[in-house]
Design a protein around this ligand. Structure first.
Ligand code: GLN
Length: 516
């Protein structure tokens, strides 16, 4: 079997498996091999080799027996390590949960298994999904595959033919690597390297779209309530959503259909929506109303991202779409509002890590209470800071000043989006991040809080409003780093948003990485 199969789409591999041109065990072996070859990127916290082999062998049996197959029969996928899995550790990239194995599978994982998927492992993240680079992980930082020093080739997305290139595939001269984005950096890297065909992530303020953008893959944040959060270890419950990372828009749409729907174990899920896939290959953008929010053109936006943004807007306009500027006036308050709301949720959610019920337990004989020692030892600095801040915001004397005020501002941010869509806009086109991937050393000069203020600027407001959004890779910079753009849709209008994303994907023809 040719190694370029690891650049193929889920549908194509499914076809090869069902007509027996390829075996699931062989595809699984190739993915496990790729995980080893790209191990230096630190995408995985746990590799579930035996479980994956077992599931792949079962898929092969089903195929041979001619049984009816699930849409993901034999397809290797990865899961961010903040989703509970019964047979594999769930660590949240924290020392606190490093010994933890959940007693149940998340709804999303059960659904994937029921459709025949093969889980190859659990992916790296910022501790408890707090971050935007996958740098603050107990298991070490994740590396961006682009210009990482590992050898790769570039393939044309449309026909997988090789693109000749040397500069863009060489390592940085100073030997440093680029951050992968976060917090779902491991999932994005795993997908980009061909270690799996798709990955489940999470998105509270951009954690799916940001790493997908920086690693040159597709990152989908569905409407809040479309996909069950049951089994996702919470960061900020009213903004957390499951995320999907895939190499193509079509694969992301297919995976969304596999995991969406009402779940009795998550009372915030809505009744099942019609499937969105397959997306039409010739979506017509004529008369599509595209909004360009002027507030997203902010200071610090890199020239390459700005240029790509303009280029795609112009391309849509010249193809018949109605592209116009819109205003989302409360955008600038989103980050500060998010920090308050997120920290308040963290303060309350993280009380459960007491060293008794699960996870790390400190053995202290000193004067400090074991609860305090456990939490001091188990949590990293970013987590401890957020717990402290959240408890401060929730003090009786501060509650109205911070929490209630932030909740009101959140409403204003939601209203901004509502008026744009009520004003006739179908999708909003924006940057995802303000800059291209940052070199690791440069990144570590600034703390997590400051990074969030910049990195989440374009992604975070969407979580406030619970809307769907997707990040689509568009260009490589001269240095060979991905530049992506974001589409934001109306609630539960994933089909329309993803169709536009597919249109952009087709026109921009961003290359695929091939580590084979
Ligand atoms: N960067 C944001 C944070 O640190 C968002 C992270 C996320 O979406 N999980 O909270």
């Amino acid at each position: 079997m040719n190694a370029s199969i690891l650049c193929s789409s889920i549908r194509k591999v499914s076809k090869l498996l069902s007509n027996r041109s390829a075996a699931a065990s062989e595809v699984c072996k190739m993915c496990l091999g790729r995980i080893q070859e790209t191990k230096a990127l630190n995408a995985f916290i746990t590799i579930s080799t035996e479980l994956a082999r077992g599931r792949a062998a079962r898929a092969d049996e089903r195929i041979l027996e001619g049984l009816s197959l699930g849409v993901l029969e034999g397809i290797p996928l990865a899961i961010k390590d903040n989703w509970n899995t019964q047979d594999i550790h769930t660590t949240c990239a924290s020392k606190m949960l490093s010994p933890y194995v959940a007693p149940y599978d998340s709804t999303i994982v059960s659904k994937l298994y029921a459709l025949g998927a093969v889980v190859v492992g659990k992916t790296n993240l910022d501790e408890f999904a707090m971050g935007s680079a996958t740098v603050d992980s107990h298991f070490g930082p994740c590396r961006n595959p682009w210009r990482s020093g590992l050898k790769y080739k570039l393939r044309k997305r449309s026909d997988l033919s090789l693109i000749p290139d040397d500069i863009c595939t060489s390592q940085r001269k100073d030997g440093d690597f680029y951050v992968a984005g976060g917090s779902s950096g491991g999932s994005a890297v795993a997908v980009a390297t061909g270690s799996c065909f798709g990955a489940i992530s999470s998105d509270t303020g951009g954690s799916t779209r940001n790493p997908a953008a920086l690693c040159g893959v597709v990152g989908l944040k569905p409407t809040y309530g479309l996909v069950s959060r049951h089994g996702l270890i919470p960061l900020c419950n009213s903004m957390d959503v499951p995320g999907i990372i895939a190499r193509t828009v079509d694969d992301a749409a297919l995976l969304l259909d596999c995991v969406s729907g009402w779940d009795r174990l998550d009372s915030t899920t809505v009744s099942s929506q019609p499937p969105i896939s397959p997306l039409s290959a010739d979506f017509d953008v004529t008369n599509l109303n595209v909004g360009i929010p002027k507030e997203y053109e902010c200071s610090g936006l890199s020239p390459a991202i700005k240029a790509a943004w303009r280029e795609v807007a112009d391309l849509l306009a010249s193809s018949g779409a109605r592209v116009r500027e819109v205003s989302l006036p409360h955008t600038k308050y989103s980050i500060v509002c998010y920090s308050v709301l997120c920290c308040c949720d963290v303060a309350s959610n993280f009380a459960r890590y007491d060293g008794i019920a699960y996870g790390h337990r400190a053995h202290s004989s000193g004067p400090e209470h074991p609860y305090a020692v456990t939490r001091k030892e188990g949590f990293g600095e970013v987590v401890r800071e957020r717990i402290l801040a959240g408890n401060y915001f929730l003090l009786k004397r501060n509650y109205e000043k911070y929490f209630l005020r932030a909740a009101k501002v959140r409403r204003l941010i939601c209203e901004d989006f509502r008026s744009a869509f009520e004003g006739g806009i179908d999708v909003l086109l924006t940057p995802v991040t303000l800059r291209e991937p940052t070199p690791y050393r440069e990144w570590t000069l600034v703390d997590n809080r400051e990074h969030n203020a910049v990195d989440d600027f374009c992604t975070q407001p969407v979580n406030m409003a619970g809307l769907p959004a997707v990040s689509v890779p568009c260009h490589l910079t001269e240095e060979g780093l991905p530049v992506s753009l974001q589409l934001i849709g109306r609630a539960f209008h994933e089909k329309e948003m993803m169709s536009v994303a597919k249109w952009i994907e087709r026109h921009m023809d961003f290359p695929l990485l091939d580590f084979g």
